[in-house]
Design a protein around this ligand. Structure first.
Ligand SMILES: [Zn+2]
Ligand SMILES: [Zn+2]
Length: 170
């Protein structure tokens, strides 16, 4: 979905959309949606700037960092974004960007791509590290056995730290 700025009456407007998971998947190589994504919000033009406030609600699936099992989590985010047109960005980049404390995105000056906003917000809301459970044992690097399900008989090269200490004595 795109919001054409010239269609905004009085420089502002509301938007709401429900994306089917398949419309946005994959979000990236790590993240995919398992439920539809509902987004709604407001757009406001102010001079050369565009402000977007919105709310997003969906569910996503990420692989566990240790065992690669899929982990599902709710993704609920409120966001406030500020956009300036690319031409405005170029002129303000030569002057000093005084409002650098607020994250500013650049767009073509004509329309905002809500699909991109939603994907970006989903990625921001998902932790960079995800475990299926706090004490996930991961998979054996030798044979690929899920160590949560049972021990394998592989001898790994990791030296038990207690033995390593003894070794230093000799
Ligand atoms: Zn795991
Ligand atoms: Zn193994």
């Amino acid at each position: 979905m795109r919001i054409e700025l010239e269609n905004l009456e009085g420089g502002k407007g509301d938007f709401a959309h429900v994306y089917g998971a398949e419309e946005l998947n994959p979000i990236d190589e790590r993240v995919s949606l398992t439920a539809s994504a509902a987004v709604n919000g407001k757009v406001r033009l102010s001079g050369n700037e565009v402000f977007v406030n919105g709310h997003l609600d969906t569910r996503a699936q990420v692989e566990c960092d240790r065992c690669l099992k899929p982990v599902e989590l709710p993704v609920i985010a409120d966001f406030t974004l500020k956009y300036i047109s690319d031409s405005e960005y170029e002129s303000s980049a030569t002057a000093a960007l005084t409002e650098a404390e607020m994250s500013v995105s650049v767009f073509d000056g004509k329309a905002l791509d809500v699909d991109e906003i939603v994907k970006e917000q989903i990625l921001l809301a998902i932790p960079t590290r995800m475990l299926c459970r706090e004490d996930c044992k991961g998979i054996c690097p030798e044979c690929g056995t899920d160590r949560n399900l049972g021990e394998c008989n592989c001898v790994t090269n990791e030296i038990d730290p207690r033995w390593a200490a003894l070794k230093n004595l000799t």
